[in-house]
Design a binder for this molecule. Structure first.
Ligand SMILES: [Zn+2]
Length: 215
């Protein structure tokens, strides 16, 4: 089976057409002033507000570069597993965090690469399924988003959006996130009935399923 360990987006929300209708919906309320005397906080708030404004502008189709709206994050030793990604500024639920970038491949190439990666013991879990035909492979041509660890009680979630006709994987804040917090989302690897073929989850959450697969 191809893409045994391809990550996938939230069930029931895995495709969002970004358009004018979204502009009038929920996210606009996120443009708020926090009000603080600290200048660093002010500049951070300004950046955050700018990001939200840009996000809303992008919904009108004037932007195609998601990276312009990504907040500050940093790479570091993870409290979950190996290396991870941390917020370098406070984030509000609904904020765009990162785009999961990589190389877009079809199922046939995905199947071939999965074998190559397994034989080379690289691991093939940097694949992210976009839809039934396309997978984003961040193994070799990736970005920092691929290092975000999995959790069963995550502070982020993923969504497939379409920006100017191109499908993109976007990671959003699910909760308010403080500067320094490790970012995580549910990988939702495909259902795997055979226990020995599942990937173990190390998130340590009270509700941990024990596996990064759907079970
Ligand atoms: Zn877990």
């Amino acid at each position: 089976m191809f893409a045994r360990f391809a990550r996938s987006a939230q069930a029931g929300s895995n495709f969002v057409e970004i358009g004018i209708a979204d502009f009038h919906s929920s996210k606009t309320h996120l443009i708020t002033e926090k009000g603080t005397s600290s200048s660093s906080k002010n500049s951070r708030n300004q950046r955050a507000n700018q990001r939200r404004l840009l996000k809303n502008n992008s919904l009108l189709g004037s932007f195609d570069n998601l990276s312009m709206r990504e907040p500050q994050v940093r790479f570091g030793r993870s409290g979950i597993h190996a290396w991870g990604v941390f917020a370098d500024e406070d984030l509000t639920a609904g904020d765009l965090v990162l785009e999961y970038r990589g190389q877009l491949i079809g199922n046939q190439v995905c199947e071939q690469r999965e074998k190559i990666y397994e034989e080379a013991r690289i691991g093939s879990d940097y694949m992210f399924r976009i839809d039934e035909n396309q997978v984003c492979d961040a193994t070799r041509l990736g970005c920092m988003a691929r290092y975000i660890n999995a959790s069963c009680e995550p502070n982020c979630y993923t969504q497939i959006i379409r920006l100017k006709g191109v499908k993109k994987i976007v990671i959003y804040a699910k909760t308010n996130i403080s500067k320094g917090d490790e970012l995580c989302y549910d990988y939702k690897f495909p259902l795997e009935p055979k226990e020995h073929l599942r990937l173990k989850c190390y998130c340590g959450a009270a509700s941990c399923r024990g596996w990064m697969n759907w079970v």
